[in-house]
Design a protein around this ligand. Sequence first.
Ligand SMILES: N[C@H](CCC[C@H](N)C(=O)O)C(=O)O
Length: 283
Amino acid sequence: MRFVKMQGIGNDYVYIDGFDQQIEQPERLAARVSDRHFGIGGDGLILILPSQIADARMRVFNADGSEAQMCGNGIRCVAKYLYEARRVQRRELTIETAAGLRQLQLRTDAADRVVQVSVDMGAPRLQRSALPMTGPSDEQALGVRLELADQAFEAYCLSMGNPHCVIFVPDVAAVPLALWGPQIETHAWFPERINVEFVQVLSPEAVRQRTWERGAGETLACGTGASAVTVAGFLSGRTGRRIRNQLTGGELELYYSEEGPVIMTGPAVEVCRGTFVPAELLT
Ligand SMILES: N[C@H](CCC[C@H](N)C(=O)O)C(=O)O
């Protein structure tokens, strides 16, 4: 099985081109390839598959094998791979995801390599039922009091196709992420668990984000999470519509448009390529 390792500001995945390879048991494979000792190492596995309605279809599996609806850092890398493999000759692509169709714009360098990708991440969905989240299904959950055993937060819960809980704090470096992250990820409010973003507002145009991802733990970056942060920052009056987000692994530019969608712009980098034998890896 051939794979490509790529990363978007440190959010790294193992990618498998399923146009000419048959992938069995992707959940089991995801958990094994993601292991940074017994596998290749990554935050999860992303499959690049044929689509009837787009240039390709993307399936996202977290390091624990759970499948997610969308991956912002991952979809930038998928677009890079397709363009540089000449699978697509255009710098505008459409990719089918479990969260719907996503439009992307590529920027290339003098050697025609993709150096930056802008993604229309779609519009946020604010109803509790969209995450899903307990409580009245049409009600929003912005600025709600979320209680843990010995801590309470003001939480902004919303969907970018996948669920996010955004919490603003004075200093992200001081957050005990390994303690609070899993407690929020698996809180009873979220029947399908949730991704967690702690955010420090530096100015109306700049924030710093640390991320605890559903099914992956602390990651260096989360593109759907950064998009949710942009929405929560604007709706709570803490930031403008256009921000620079300094995530642990690098920076994203985000714009929560008046029309509704969030536009996210950032890099996509190939790390390496290789092959593995699934039967070996899955032993
Ligand atoms: N852990 C996420 C999927 C990966 C999203 C993240 N890596 C991104 O860049 O958006 C979830 O279970 O919804």
